[in-house]
Design a protein around this ligand. Structure first.
Ligand code: GLU
Length: 303
């Protein structure tokens, strides 16, 4: 498989999709990002990285951070989190309030905002350095010690965070937050505002394709935990379009409203795509098209 030629081909063939959709304007600073960008990187299990397009441009990872927060909580605390968060697709927008009220403050899954707030709350309770835990994991797993928060995005998000504040207060009213709402929101915004490139994110995600093992052979997660996190990514990782993503791409994946998507080919490689234009459900239009083409041409899907 000539992965480099394939990625170059894909970067060409998705051109008509680049700029389609809407950039996430509800976080003003994300709305200012130029939609005409596209990057793709593949990190193989044996440590090679192949890239094409704007793969070295840092972008706001947003909800992709939820995978790494969940990994830290599962690694540090085992299955306890599942008493406070379900693991079913929501079929609702990622920031919906309605379902949370109907279901008594237990979020449908850890990848919608309400679920991620509960995971973040647990991380605040168990991590040694809770405010930098996700960043530190990403630095370690990518090998890039300069990864950090985009302060301008963080501020923009913090100033426009009423919806997440509503979710957090409702969770607290149901007794499903242990830490002060402001602390949870602060940590959540910090992790969403981390900026990374496709190349760094593909490498940082590699443990998900290696049964939980980091590049140096140490365990980030057990094989069973890795199976479960990949399963939740498949069923819940791309908002209320997870069915469509499974149909088109056929891999566990997690998207963010910054336009990035990570996808995992178990025992083979991880892929990160980025293009800021989002479809109706919040997934990158060109990113999904690129992953669709990648798995269709390689046959590297879990189905
Ligand atoms: N920080 C974003 C929010 O809370 C994350 C949403 C996303 O990427 O899905 O709205």
């Amino acid at each position: 498989m000539d992965i480099q030629s394939l990625l170059d081909d894909i970067a060409g063939s998705v051109t008509p999709h680049i700029g389609q959709g809407e950039v996430a304007g509800y976080i003003p600073e994300l709305g200012a990002v130029s939609a005409g960008q596209f990057g793709i990187s593949v990190a193989t299990g044996d440590g090679e990285v192949f890239s094409s397009g704007d793969s070295d441009v840092p972008f706001s990872i947003q909800s992709i951070s939820k995978v790494f927060a969940l990994a830290l909580v599962l690694a540090g605390d085992g299955d306890r989190i599942w008493k406070r968060v379900f693991r079913e697709p929501s079929g609702n927008p990622f920031n919906s309030l309605v379902q949370l009220e109907h279901e008594d403050g237990i979020p449908r899954n850890p990848f919608i905002n309400a679920g991620a707030l509960v995971v973040t709350d647990r991380l605040l309770s168990i991590a040694d350095n809770p405010h930098t835990a996700v960043r530190d994991l990403l630095r370690t797993e990518s090998g890039n010690g300069s990864i950090g928060i985009d302060a301008v995005v963080a501020e923009s998000e913090a100033r426009n965070n009423n919806r997440n504040a509503s979710l957090a207060h409702f969770l607290a009213s149901c007794g499903n937050l242990d830490n002060p709402v402001e602390d949870v929101l602060d940590a959540y915004v910090s992790q969403c505002s981390l900026a990374m490139s496709c190349a760094d994110l593909a490498v940082a995600s590699s443990f998900l394709a290696r049964n939980g093992l980091a590049a140096d052979g140490s365990a980030v997660l057990s094989p069973a935990q890795t199976k479960r996190i990949n399963a939740v990514m498949l069923t819940c990782g791309t908002y209320d379009a997870a069915g469509e993503f499974a149909y088109r791409v056929g891999l566990p994946g997690k998207s963010g409203v910054g336009g990035g998507i990570i996808a995992v080919v178990p025992n083979n490689c991880t892929i990160c795509v980025w293009s800021p234009g989002l479809g109706r459900s919040g997934n990158s239009v060109a990113g999904v098209a690129a992953l669709d083409e990648f798995t269709t041409r390689t046959g590297w899907s879990i189905f």
